[in-house]
Design a protein around this ligand. Sequence first.
Ligand code: AMP
Ligand code: MG
Length: 406
Amino acid sequence: MSLLPLEDALAKVDGGIAPLPAEQISVAEAVGRVLAEDVAARLTQPPSAVSSMDGYAVCSSDLQTQPRTLTRVGESQAGGPFEGTLQSGQCVRIFTGAPLPAGADAVIMQEDTDVDGDQVTFKEVAFDGKFVRRAGLDFSKGDVLVKAGQLLTARDIGLLCAMNVPWVKVYRKPRVAILATGDELVMPGEAVRESQIISSNSLMVAAMVTAMGGVPINLGIAGDTEESLRATLAGLNGADILITSGGVSVGEYDLVRNVLGEEGLDIDFWRIAIKPGKPFMFGKIGEIPAMGLPGNPVSAYVTAFIFLRAALKKMQGLPFEQDKPMKALLGAGVPVNGIRQEYMRAVFSHDDQGRLVATPYDKQDSSMLGNLAHCEGFIIRPVNGEALQAGSETDVIYVNDSLLSV
Ligand code: AMP
Ligand code: MG
């Protein structure tokens, strides 16, 4: 049976996934969401010239030399401006963020003054614009500062607030139905008989979905019978994508394929040239995209990391893409690679020159969650890659459960 190259598999999944519709939400809930439309500032910031210091607003022409003494004629606070117009020979007490009075064009810090009643002596010269934030220094009304397709950070939330934008239109959160299969599986915390194992994939995939901005819907565990699989699948209604795990290796493939087939599964491809993760399947049930992850937890994670993460990005309005691999030096040799692109769990560190070093774990068995949880990332071994010694350069990628690239 031939294996689909990774690039082809990615192209097919890309073709089978579409961005979800947008929804309007409060900016208070928008961190981590992706904007569906450009947002323009609803005001100019600052709206007028303001002081950037606590001190005195002056006419700079009065303070070309020092010391000079001016008469204090009033006060300007943030939210409480001085209403008059400053004349030559006068100054106004002013605080950070307070509007600059008409006629004033500079501010002198209070530290550079001596005050005697309403007489203020200045020990510093002024120039036009000194310690003044001009109107529109930050942005002007109508400026498009946050753009469609942007993943909103905490900094963007601050900016949107300053722009007086309380609502934003973002892509809807993907609802991801998750279904584990296997007679041997029980959920964490349940009593375990000797022949049973815990379903780690269900909640691991759910955690990934949550971390990547989606909403997991756990359909539970289906036993390896048609009735059981059919019964659990009933919960698929309303989901944007289905993720199964297990039941796609050669022995059980027919069962999942038969049952999902009756439910309308149209398989696009099954089996790809990556390691771990060969039995990955992609298709559609009616209009709902479906991914069949392999049962082994590391295979499930790696295929979810490659395909589900890119799919969740695209559904939320980001490009369907992988993080860019980086270069690192191997901390240990690696053997010749076969016909599948391999993702080797590795510990990352830096050598004394600050270069990234990636050391693969000795054991790479796809059932081993311990070194998956502890690794910083993967060494990517190309198809038919030759054996490499320690110190050789290699491509690596950080593990990443978020939508943002590392
Ligand atoms: P399968 O693809 O169903 O043949 O499963 C391959 C291996 O992964 C078997 O050892 C299963 O017991 C194991 N496995 C399947 N599903 C899960 C799961 N949800 N959590 C942990 N291990 C699983
Ligand atoms: Mg199974």
